[in-house]
Design a protein around this ligand. Structure first.
Ligand code: GAL
Length: 419
C-alpha cells in the first residue's frame, strides 16, 4: 500500500480528474483490472465478461499477468496515484479495507439491501466486503489454500494412498521419488511458497496456532518451537522438487501434474480450474485432498471486485457489474469453471464435481470447528506490509541454506518491524 498521507495527497489529483471528466469511461463500459490470465482463470473470467456483454455493456479488459496478483496490485497503485482508477479491481481481503480507508471506493449499500446480500453471504466474508460498515465490494467466490492436487495414475502406479498426516505424506513423497518421478511440482515464487506455508502452519500447529501466527502475527507464537518445525518441514519439502523450480508460474506447475511429470502440487483450488480446462476429471485423472493434517479446517481467500468511486455516467454499468457478480446463476456458472465455490450460501451444490462438493462440505465443517481462517498467503490474514515481510523470509529461506532457527528469528523480527 501507499502510505496513507501519500495516497490522500494523490486523491486530490483523482478528484480533479473526475471533476474535469478525464477519468470517466464511456457510459456503458466497465474497466476491470484483474490477474486471471491462466487457461482456467481466463475461462472463468469469460463467464463474467459474456454475462455483461449480453446485457449490453462493454468490457474493457485490464489483465495484468502474475499469479496471486502482486503485479496487478502494483498497477492499481499507479492508476490510483495518477487519478485514474478503473471501474473495478479484483481484490483480496484486507486490501479492500486499505482502499476503503482512503475513501476511494463506491457504496453498494442500496444494491446490497435490495438484493439481500446480508442474508446469503457468509459473515466471515462480509467483514472483508464491508470494512468500514458499507458494502464496497462484491465477492465472486470462496477459494481455499490447504489443498493438494495429485496425478491419480502416479498415485496408483506407486501404490500410494491419500496421506492424512505429515509422516504419511513424507512416505508418499518418498515412494514417488523412488519411482523416478518428481514428487512435488513447485512454483518458486514468494506467493506460492507462502501458500504452502499456509498449509504447513495449519498442519503443524493446528487452527489456533494458525490464527495466532498468520492472523494475529503474535510474537510469542511466531518465535515458538512449533514455528521452527514448520520451517524444518518446509526445508524437507525441498528434497522433492526439481531443479527448475525457481520462478516457475503456478499454472506451469499444475501442468506438470496434469502431464504426469510430477506427482502433486500444493496449491489453492484455482489449480482445479487448470485440470478442468485440460479436460481432466476428479477421481479419474486427478485427486484433491486437504493438505495432510489440516482436515476439518479451511484457510480461505475470496476474490472480490471492489468498486471505485466513479462519476454518475459510469455508475449504472458499475452497478450492473456488481449485480451480475452476485447473481446466484452466475455464481454457479463461474465457480464451476474457476475451481472455487460460490460466495453465496444459497447456491445449490448438485452441479459441482467431487472436489467442489468436498470444498462446500469442508467449509461447513470448518465453521463448526471454529477453524475457518483467512489465508495469510492470499491477503486475508495479516495486513499487506506484514504479509510482504512474511513472504520475504519464507522465500529467502527456501532458496538459501538459512537454518530454521534463523528463519524463525528473521520472521518474527521482520513482522515486528512491519507492524
Ligand atoms: C489468488 C486468487 C485466485 C487465483 C490465484 C492465482 O490470489 O484468489 O483467484 O487467481 O491467485 O492467480
Amino acid at each position: 500500500m501507499l502510505s496513507r498521507k501519500k495516497t490522500l495527497a494523490l486523491m486530490g489529483a483523482a478528484a480533479f480528474a473526475f471533476a474535469s471528466g478525464t477519468a470517466s469511461a464511456a457510459d456503458n463500459t466497465v474497466e476491470v483490472i484483474h490477474w486471471w490470465t491462466s487457461g482456467g482463470e481466463a475461462a472463468a473470467l469469460n463467464v463474467l465478461k459474456k454475462d455483461l456483454e449480453g446485457q449490453g455493456y462493454a468490457w474493457k479488459d485490464g489483465a495484468v499477468a502474475g499469479g496471486g496478483g502482486d503485479q496487478a496490485r502494483t498497477v492499481l497503485k499507479a492508476r490510483v496515484a495518477a487519478g485514474n482508477p478503473p471501474t473495478t479491481m479484483q481484490m483480496l481481503g484486507l486490501v479492500i479495507g486499505d482502499y476503503a480507508a482512503e475513501d476511494l471506493l463506491g457504496n453498494l449499500n442500496d444494491l446490497a439491501a435490495k438484493e439481500g446480500w446480508e442474508k446469503v453471504v457468509p459473515p466471515a466474508l462480509q467483514s472483508f466486503m464491508k470494512p468500514e460498515g458499507d458494502w464496497v465490494a462484491a465477492p465472486v467466490n470462496i477459494h481455499s489454500t490447504n489443498w493438494v492436487w495429485a496425478n491419480k495414475k502416479i498415485f496408483d502406479d506407486v501404490g500410494a494412498e491419500i496421506p492424512t498426516n505429515w509422516d504419511e505424506f513424507v512416505a508418499v513423497l518418498d515412494k514417488i521419488k523412488a519411482a523416478g518421478i518428481t514428487p512435488i511440482a513447485w512454483g518458486g515464487q514468494a506467493w506460492q511458497e507462502a501458500t504452502v506455508v499456509d498449509a504447513l502452519v495449519n498442519s503443524t500447529g493446528g487452527a489456533d496456532f494458525y490464527k495466532k501466527t498468520l492472523n494475529e502475527a503474535d510474537q510469542d507464537a511466531l518465535r515458538s518451537d512449533t514455528m521452527k518445525t514448520v520451517f524444518d518441514r518446509l526445508r524437507k519439502l525441498k528434497d522433492y522438487v526439481d531443479p527448475n523450480y525457481p520462478g516457475r508460474d503456478w499454472n506451469l506447475a499444475t501442468a506438470m501434474v496434469i502431464n504426469g511429470e510430477a506427482g502433486m502440487q500444493m496449491m489453492g483450488d484455482w489449480a482445479k480450474g487448470e485440470f478442468l480446462n485440460a479436460g481432466k476429471v476428479p477421481n479419474e485423472d486427478f485427486l484433491c485432498f486437504r493438505f495432510p493434517g489440516t482436515q476439518g479446517s479451511v484457510t480461505f481467500n475470496t476474490d472480490a471486485f471492489a468498486m471505485f468511486k466513479v462519476g454518475d455516467d459510469s455508475k449504472e454499468a458499475q452497478m450492473a457489474l456488481a449485480k451480475a457478480i452476485m447473481d446466484p446463476g452466475f455464481q454457479e456458472a463461474f465457480n464451476l469453471v474457476k475451481g472455487s465455490i460460490p460466495a453465496r450460501m444459497d447456491v445449490p451444490g448438485d452441479k459441482f464435481d467431487a472436489c467442489g462438493q468436498k470444498a462446500m462440505a469442508d467449509l461447513k465443517e470448518a465453521v463448526g470447528n471454529d477453524a475457518l481462517m483467512g489465508s495469510m498467503a492470499h491477503g486475508h490474514g495479516v495486513p499487506e506490509g506484514v504479509k510482504g515481510a512474511m513472504y520475504d523470509v519464507i522465500t529467502n529461506f527456501f532458496s538459501s541454506d538459512m537454518s530454521s532457527e534463523e528463519a524463525v528469528k528473521n520472521l518474527a523480527d521482520a513482522v515486528a518491524l512491519a507492524r
